[in-house]
Design a protein around this ligand. Structure first.
Ligand code: NAI
Length: 334
């Protein structure tokens, strides 16, 4: 049987290494592309069976139409979120779409805590200061997390782990999810509440839900207004869950204690890239970067060795299965 031919978009060295190293990865004829998939780049690939994409590739109707014409019958997402894929267009073009629903919720949960601890104890500022031989503690006062209330929006794989870690710090945890997991909540003493109460009651609000038309700008001016003065907002899920304009307004009003972001509404074309020799055109991101109490990482919550190898394992297995006309791994087909 012929090898499946897979065009991989938005490839970084760690993607290539993990895909090639994945079990049976050698049975796939790879072509690696550093550019992202979008309507204009889709035409660059010819005679392929699989398009393999990540979070900032844009698989819209036009891109999918072009890929289908190039022979693509399988779109393999190397991520969990699929807000960047037009699923109905994929169906129309006979393209099977798979994803990696869970590669390491621990990686994402632990990064959420890294953001929180760094922000709260001003480690990002202390690190730079000490390197400049400035040993002053001025402006570095944090708070005890112990005894504070954390609010977790979305208690799926990642949110549940984050809530459990918060509990380990001796925090109270409240949560909101349209599909509450009552047994888990009783076990870890997590209190489900209406979403508005989570924003009102929590000292730290952490987002762990998918981006859908319903959840876009879930954190808006109204909900930011409900937050306690000095509260911390964490978003490691998808940028557009937060209305960036409203967030900047709340920060300028000195309303928030801190904001930790691993994702940004307009991150496509910026995150994952080295733009250190360029001008930053995005004024909202530029403004966010000026606040001392905002900490931004470039969509790296997933980036652990364990997560990369699980992404590669599931992706390569599904590429081979779909090529053999077998069903993809359980729960991976969209
Ligand atoms: P999951 O599917 O296990 O859990 C999502 C939870 O959100 C579910 O329990 C669902 O019921 C809940 N939910 C849906 N709509 C909601 C709403 N309106 N309000 C409150 N809860 C709602 O997903 P998982 O694995 O926990 O990941 C969450 C998100 O994190 C993903 O959708 C993805 O966008 C993002 N992510 C980010 C990564 C990064 O590197 N920064 C890596 C992996 C995922």
């Amino acid at each position: 049987m012929s090898k499946p031919r897979a065009a991989v978009f938005d490839v970084k060295p760690y993607d290539r290494d993990s895909l090639v190293a994945a079990q049976r990865g050698e049975n796939i004829d790879w072509s690696f592309h550093s550019f992202r998939l979008d309507p204009s780049t889709a035409a660059a690939v010819k005679d392929v069976d699989v398009g393999c994409v990540f979070v900032n590739d844009r698989a819209d109707e036009t891109a999918l139409h072009t890929l289908a014409e190039a022979g693509v019958r399988h779109l393999a997402l190397r991520c969990a979120g699929y807000n960047n894929v037009d699923l109905s267009a994929a169906k129309e073009h006979g393209i099977c779409v798979t994803r990696v629903p869970s590669y390491s919720p621990h990686a994402v949960a632990e990064h959420t805590l890294a953001l929180l601890l760094t922000l709260n104890r001003r480690i990002h500022r202390a690190y730079n200061r000490v390197r400049e031989l400035n040993f002053s503690l001025h402006g570095l006062v944090g708070m005890d997390l112990h005894g504070k209330t954390a609010g977790v929006i979305g208690t799926g794989r990642t949110g549940a782990l984050v809530a459990q870690i918060f509990r380990g710090f001796g925090m109270r945890v409240c949560a909101h999810d349209p599909y509450p997991n009552e047994e888990w909540a009783a076990r870890y003493e997590v209190a489900y509440k209406p979403i508005e109460s989570v924003f009102t009651d929590a000292d730290i609000v952490s987002l762990h839900l998918p981006l859908t038309p319903d959840t876009r700008h879930l954190v808006n001016e109204h909900r930011l207004g409900l937050m306690k003065p000095g509260a911390i907002l964490l978003n490691v899920s998808r940028g557009a869950l937060v209305d960036t304009g409203a967030l900047i307004k709340a920060l300028k009003a000195r309303k928030l204690g801190g904001v930790g972001l691993d994702v940004y509404e307009e991150e496509e074309g910026i995150f994952f890239e080295d733009l250190s020799n360029e001008m930053l055109d995005d004024d909202e991101l530029a403004r966010l970067l000026t606040f001392p109490n905002v900490l931004i990482t470039s969509h790296q919550a997933f980036l652990t060795r364990e997560a990369l190898s699980e992404i590669a394992r599931v992706t390569t297995e599904n590429i081979l299965r779909v090529h053999r006309k077998e069903p993809p791994l359980e729960d991976t087909e969209l």
